[in-house]
Design a protein around this ligand. Sequence first.
Ligand code: FES
Length: 104
Amino acid sequence: MPGSFRKVANTCDIQPGKMKRVELDRHLLLIANVDGNYYALDDTCTHEDASLSTGSLQGDLIKCPLHGSRFNVRTGAVLEEPAEENLRTYTVVIDGRDILIQWS
Ligand code: FES
């Protein structure tokens, strides 16, 4: 598997239905727990400079706190304007209690 994996959080820090913003090499990432599955995406909305981790997680959809764009947390796909670009997503691996993401 290409790229290296880096720890970004502990599973016990992010309960189901919750999100957390983490920083890795000065890059802001959002880690979300949807029904016990963890997903990693860029934290900054593709519309303007809003932190999506301060928005809301409804099922597998993230709603931006600033203008209400919605993104699919599994794929990063934008589902509602004004944002037009998808979010970048990252491969997540769970190792014990560690949440690792593929980072290259
Ligand atoms: S900053 Fe997210 S929709 Fe505008």
